[in-house]
Design a protein around this ligand. Structure first.
Ligand code: RB5
Length: 147
């Protein structure tokens, strides 16, 4: 799978670990920064991957900041993006099953790397349940109308 990943400084360490895990499983991973623990502004790094997902360049995106909240808010400003902030197995699974989330957001200061990797794997491997498509279409319509 072609996966874009990005973070701010608060998510840098976890991002590095996830790049390793994702690449190790044979995914084509594009690391879109940040490149160190130096302080940066998360909105800049939260839209690079999602823009590539929206255009079809990447199939999925992963974002990490301190809490996952900031990158999630920013990513959802990109048309076509359904970014989900997840904290545990249930939210990771349902983000795929119910919301067909195309971007996963994680809190680098909240999750240990093995747990975060488990959540990414669950999200990547859980199929979307088509009975929820009607709600996703309603979200697309909200986006189209711009209200
Ligand atoms: C940066 O200190 C922090 O605010 C950021 O990583 C994130 O948690 C924002 O939502």
């Amino acid at each position: 799978m072609r996966i874009a990943i990005g973070s701010d400084h608060g998510g840098f360490e976890l991002k590095q670990a996830l790049v390793g895990f994702l690449s190790g499983e044979g995914n084509e991973v594009a690391d879109l920064g940040t490149d160190s623990s130096a302080s940066v502004d998360y909105p800049l790094f939260a839209v690079r991957g999602p823009r590539g997902v929206a255009s079809g360049r990447f199939q999925k995106g992963v974002l990490v900041c301190g809490t996952g909240i900031g990158v999630c808010i920013a990513a959802n400003k990109v048309k076509g993006i359904r970014a989900a902030l997840v904290h545990d197995e249930t939210t990771a699974r349902l983000a795929a099953q119910h919301n067909d989330a195309n971007v996963l957001c994680l809190g680098g200061r909240l999750l240990a790397a093995p747990m975060a990797w488990e959540l990414v794997r669950l999200w990547l491997t859980t199929p979307f349940e088509p009975r929820h498509q009607r709600r996703l279409d309603m979200i697309s319509e909200l986006e189209r109308r711009g209200d």
